[in-house]
Design a protein around this ligand. Sequence first.
Ligand SMILES: *Cc1c(COP(=O)(O)O)cnc(C)c1O
Length: 473
Amino acid sequence: MTVRHDAHGESRDLQVNPVFSREPVRVPRYEMPDGEMEPDTAYQVVHDELMLDGNARQNLATFLSSWAEPQAMRLMTECAEKNMINKDEYPQTAELEARCVHMLARLWHADDPRRAMGCSTTGSSEAAMLGGLALKRRWQHRRRAEGRATDRPNLVMGGNVQICWEKFADYFEVEPRCVPMEGDRYHLTPDKAVERCDENTIGVVSVLGSTFDGSYEPVEEIAAALDDLQARTGLDVPLHVDGASGAMIAPFLDPDLRWDFRLPRVASINTSGHKYGLVMPGVGWALWRDADALPDDLVFHVNYLGGDMPTFALNFSRPGAQVVAQYYNFLRLGFDGYRRVQQTCRDVATRLAREIARLGPFELITDGSDIPVFAFRVREGIDHFSVFDVSAGLRERGWLVPAYTFPADRTDLAALRIVVRNGFSHDLADLLLADLRRLLPRLDTQHRPHRADEAGGFAHGAETRNPRRPGRH
Ligand SMILES: *Cc1c(COP(=O)(O)O)cnc(C)c1O
C-alpha cells in the first residue's frame, strides 16, 4: 500500500486551533513530530480530524455493528489489554471464547455440541480462510491416501460470494469455480453447483445471506444435490456455509430453515460476530461439525508458558475485548433478545423495501425477508438517471447507500443496496424515505444519467475482482 504524501497545496503541517493548544505547537502531517505535546492537544487534533468520517448511523452500506450498549463498551475498555492468544495468562477470556463456540454449536444444531470444534477470528474473512484451509487439507489427505495428485484443487461457489473467497482461492492456490449469475438468478443453485464438481473439488461454499442482494442460497437443496452426486458417482464433496450475516439471523427468525449442522453435508460454518452478532468490529467465528472436519495437523499445539495451547488462526496476537463483548451479548440478550432485535431489523427492512417499491421508479431485486438487506434497481425504461445518481443524491443528506454493478454474467445490472442493522429504526427509515422522495423530482429533470459505476466505491464486499473493471477490489 503506498501512501500519498502530496498535500495538494495545503500546508504540510496541521493547523491547531489556538483555543485548544496550551502553547504554540507545530504538528507535521507526514512525519513524526520531534518532541512531545500535551495529551489534550494531541487528542483534540486527532478527534477533530476524525469528525470528517461519515456518520455510522446513516451508513446503510456496512453490515458491521455501529452501536453497542454502554455496558458492552465498558467491558471492552476493561479488556482492552487482553491478548486473545495468551490463553494461559487470561484463562477466563479463553473460557468465555470456548463458551461462545459451544453456544454457537448448539444454535447451529451440532449433533454433539461438545464435539464441535471452533474458534474466534478477526471476522468472517479469517474464518473463511480457516474453513477453506480445512477443506483443502482434508481433500489432500484423502487424495494422498489414494495415491492421486493433489496439485489442482478447486472450490465451487456462486459468483456472488464475498471477496474473501476470491482471496482464499488466490492466496492458497485453489482454482475458484464461480458459477456466474444468469438472468434473474443471483446466487448459487444446486444443479449449477453440482455441474462444476469433480474429483479435485475440495468443497462447495454456500452463502446464507448474499452480499449482493441479501438472499439466502438454498443450502438444504445444495446439500441434497451433493448427497445425490455422491450416491451416483462416489464423489464426496463437503459443504461450507458462509453465514457471515445469515448464521445470526436464520436461527432466530427462520428456525425451520435447515441450513446448518442438521444437514450432515455441512462440514463447517462461519459467521461475523461484528455483524448480526451485534459486537463492535473485530470478531468472527469458525466452527466445524466435529474433529473429523478439522484435520488435526492444521492445529498448532503451542507450548506456551507451560501450557498446551491448541490454536488454529492466521494471527497470533489479537484483541480479546470483542470476544468478551460477544459473550456479554449472548448473556444479556439470550435467544429471545436476539430474536426481537433481528425481527425488528427484518420488519424495518421489509417495510422500507415495500415503500421504496411504491415510489414508482424503483424495482426490488430482493425485499429484505431473508437477511434484513435488500437491493433495488431503477426500473427498466428509465434512462434519464442511474442508481449512481440516486446514491450521490442521498449522500447530500448524509445517507450512505451504495450503488454497484453485479458480477458476471450480470454486469449490465446496477443496483442500490440497503443494509438494515440494529439501531436503524422505523423513524430513521421514514427520514430516508422522505429524502428519497424529495430527490426524485430533481432526478426527473435530468436528461441523462450524470454518474456511472466509477462513482461507487463503498459496496462492502459486493465489489468484484472483475478483469474488465480493474482496481475495484
Ligand atoms: C461480510 C461478509 C464476509 C466478510 O466478513 P468480515 O467479517 O467482514 O471479514 C464474508 N462473507 C459474507 C457473505 C459477508 O457478508
